[in-house]
Design a protein around this ligand. Sequence first.
Ligand code: TYD
Length: 207
Amino acid sequence: MGRGFFLALEGIDGSGKSTQARLLAVSLLQQGREVVLTREPSDGELGQKLRRYLQGPSRNLSPGEELDLFLADRREHVERVIKPGLAAGRIVITDRYYYSTMAYQGALGLDPGEILAANETFAPRPDLVFLLILPVSQALARLQRPRQLSELAPYLERVAAIFDILEGPQIQKVDARATSQALHTALLAATLTALGKVPSSRFQVPS
Ligand code: TYD
């Protein structure tokens, strides 16, 4: 079995990445490709604990303690979901990955470069990252659920500022002000282009 294709969607809360991750997964499945759609915090035990913490009344952990929890969840997610999916030749789409840790825990004062280095000791680098860029005011206007502390404007502005400076050959920044359907069309096209560049020995489309 070849290695599959690893795609991450990133952006601030309300940027539309969860919707786009779902739409991409559906379109690729409709093309007959094997897809794993996953997310972070993960659906594992630690991920669920993190979600409860993030939705709770206070953020009482230190930035370093938060970082340790996100890293532990990611280790488990990589072993349980991401690596097996890739080993089976699937397209693994994750809604958030370590760029979120760089931006969100970086916005709490930790060094994004050190966060990246810690992740790269165990977490596979995505083949493609869509970084959805949307002004914080517009992103907050889109959010309908009860606010998490991570969704307060000053914090999100710092998160967005770190996302803005991320660069790399695999990172594609996308203007997320477009309609959901227009954005989807663009992301699907870019994904298919990237898939076309992957050596066929590494990626298999089921017949
Ligand atoms: P989110 O994608 O908003 O999930 P939901 O739609 O279920 O609320 O993720 C929850 C929060 O987790 C989000 O505000 C960003 C935060 N987060 C971090 O702070 N660090 C991380 O490493 C990750 C993956 C997420």
